[in-house]
Unconditional design. Sequence first.
Length: 206
Amino acid sequence: MPVNRQVTLAARPAGEPTQADFALVESDVPPPAEGEVVVRTLWLSLDPYQRGRMNEGRSYARHVDLGEVMTAQAVGEVVESRSSRFRPGDVVLGPFGWQEYAVAPERHLRCVDASVAPISTALHVLGMTGLTAYFGLFDICRPVPGDTVVVSAASGAVGQIVVSWRGLPAVAPSASPGRRRRSTTCCHCTATTPASTTSRRASERR
């Protein structure tokens, strides 16, 4: 097994992170236990939430300890498996962190179908941010024809997906000026929403 290169958190950043806040270390890749796989990272996420995880204070998720591999979602290829669900060559998504190789339990993995779309989309439009955008819009916001949906952070990871759905029958985005470097977009709902939401009345949303 090749040597693993990992990016760990070396210091708590003050303001914007700098190279000095991280360390590049090398370690051996441990053999997988029963029900685990070894994954070689192919695509790695870099997301705004990771800055908050560098802080020690209380937050919605556990902070990254000093000396620990930086947390991140990643797409990789299974290179060794002791799982009945995955075999070498499978492409998977999981919380592998900033490292070349990761040992992960099968319950933390999701298969990525390269025939559907480029595998990198599992970290974006077909991943966490895409699912957040879809269900946030259609299951929580539930727009109906005539509604105007205001996306207050249209340049963010989730917002940019919502306002890019010009091909969907639900929204027809038109840009609106934002404030303080934040992009705001108004989406006017011009047609029917997906079948799962059409039976819900607008009054139920309020």
